[in-house]
Design a binder for this molecule. Structure first.
Ligand SMILES: Cc1cc2nc3c(=O)[nH]c(=O)nc-3n(C[C@H](O)[C@H](O)[C@H](O)COP(=O)(O)O)c2cc1C
Length: 236
């Protein structure tokens, strides 16, 4: 008898469907053993030609971590402040404190205000020349592996980009060479809230068959899937 090819699928697919952005953490540290498993998963990701140009600089409670988190905290507050006005978080439905937009705004504010308390911050870096098609493609699969492994072990995190304006300050503080680039900053910790299903557009809006916008009748969703088209208002 052959083994069921679907055996073991459910926990993996469930983790994928419930790895949403977690931005509020308890003060608890992540034990070394768990952090090790999370980073192992990250480093098993694919990359162009298997060059493995990803590196992970982990900030916990070492001598540089508090300074690096302080630099990042300032940058995150500035990043959120710009996004809040650019994306109109306080306007439209955001003026109603019970609206999803206002709730997201408060969660983001809490996130950046408490950034320095984040138990673990991972800088996902790329070694090598910048400007190649596979740059991000060789680092971001590892970031998602990291987030999925964290989710599997009960932790949460979020991929962020607000380090960009302070990358040079981080480079100096943390001895990051000039040919290494910080591609994402991933805070991690035990979620204060719950993991839960991610919401996206209906699969039928996102998957086509044989031609652009040609419906894929076979692409269905698990019962009870909930949706959102949320995103910042169009800039065009
Ligand atoms: C490329 C990329 C950049 C992101 N940048 C930021 C960021 O700078 N700050 C932040 O708080 N979240 C950032 N996020 C997280 C997204 O906002 C989040 O994944 C998205 O809203 C979906 O949220 P959900 O998974 O909880 O549904 C980023 C995600 C990706 C994939």
């Amino acid at each position: 008898m052959t083994a069921d090819p679907h055996s073991g699928a459910e926990p993996v697919l469930d983790a994928i469907a419930t790895t949403r952005a977690i931005r509020r953490y308890t003060a608890d540290p992540i034990p070394d053993e768990d952090l090790s498993r999370i980073l192992f998963a990250a480093t098993r990701a694919p990359s162009g030609s298997n060059r493995q140009s990803f590196r992970f600089l982990v900030l916990r409670d070492g001598p540089n971590a508090a300074d690096a988190k302080a630099i990042l905290g300032e940058a995150f507050r500035a990043g959120w402040s710009a996004k809040r006005s650019d994306d109109g978080y306080g306007a439209g439905s955001g003026a109603d404190p019970d609206s999803p937009k206002a709730r997201t705004g408060r969660a983001m504010q809490h996130f950046v205000d408490h950034f320095e308390e984040t138990p673990v911050v991972v800088l996902a870096c790329m070694v090598g020349r910048k400007g190649h098609l596979t740059d991000g493609g060789s680092v971001y699969p590892a970031c998602q592996n990291l987030l999925l492994a964290a989710r599997a072990l009960g932790y949460g995190g979020v991929m962020t980009m607000w380090h960009a304006p302070v990358e040079d300050q981080l480079r100096e503080l943390l001895a990051i060479p000039d040919d290494v680039f910080v591609m994402a900053t991933i805070p991690l910790g035990i979620p204060q809230g719950n993991h839960g299903p991610v919401r996206r557009r209906p699969v039928g809006e996102l998957v086509f068959d044989d031609a652009w916008e040609s419906g894929a009748a076979w692409a269905t969703e698990p019962p009870g899937t909930r949706h959102t088209s949320a995103g910042p208002r169009s800039r065009s």
